[in-house]
Write a protein that binds this ligand. Structure first.
Ligand SMILES: [Zn+2]
Length: 204
């Protein structure tokens, strides 16, 4: 499969926040870890845009989170080609600061996608283990601290066949099928790097 790495360049804008609190932290009573908890998206939520002038198809999000924001072009391509593994959560209006005031950017909106497809790592092939797993919150530590040296490998036995997937052991990661990667290339959808699954932990 392929890793989708969403990042902004100078040319493109990115979203700073969703215009309100998007997450909070709960401290686990069992292990003491601080675990992130995502809050429901409010009806009034909007995207606060900064950076370059152009609008990418995959919008980079500066705040912490597992959010995926895409343009209507992405929705059209995905729907026309029956890309599976997501549902559309909400359409977001876009605001940008101009002369000290928040102004709505007309004619542009982004859609938040909730990615529902699942696949998981082949930890054995990666020589990687989970340790100190908490029975209460499920959080764990990796046996290797510098994951950037690890070649990732997905276990296709754990794949639910969806075109868009989260990696169960690393929910912030977004991966896709070859079909989806080809569609992104062919339609020149911007704002995303497609890299081999093995390079998932490398920062570009
Ligand atoms: Zn815990």
């Amino acid at each position: 499969m392929y890793h989708l790495f969403i990042t902004s360049s100078n040319r493109y804008c990115y979203a700073r926040t969703m215009g309100g609190a998007s997450h909070t932290f709960d401290t686990c009573a069992e292990c003491g870890r601080k675990n992130i908890r995502f809050l429901p998206i409010s009806e009034q939520a909007f995207l606060w845009i900064e950076g370059g002038k152009r609008f990418p198809d995959f919008l980079s999000f500066g705040d912490v989170g597992q959010y995926l924001f895409v343009s209507s072009a992405v929705i059209s391509v995905f729907e026309a080609n029956a890309v599976s593994g997501y549902h559309i959560q909400k359409a977001f209006p876009v605001y940008r600061e101009s002369h000290g005031e928040m102004q709505k950017v007309d004619d542009i909106q982004y859609y938040s996608l909730n990615v529902t497809g699942q696949v998981d790592f082949d930890l054995k092939a990666m020589h990687l283990k989970k340790k100190h797993s908490c029975k209460s919150c499920g959080n764990f530590d990796w046996s290797i601290q510098r994951l950037s040296i690890v070649d990732a490998k997905l276990d296709l036995n754990t794949w639910d066949q969806s075109d868009l997937c989260r990696v169960s052991s690393l929910p912030g990661s977004l991966v896709c099928s070859e079909k989806t990667a080809d569609l992104i290339h062919q339609n020149k959808l911007s704002g995303v790097y497609i890299q081999d699954e093995k390079d998932m932990f490398r920062i570009r």
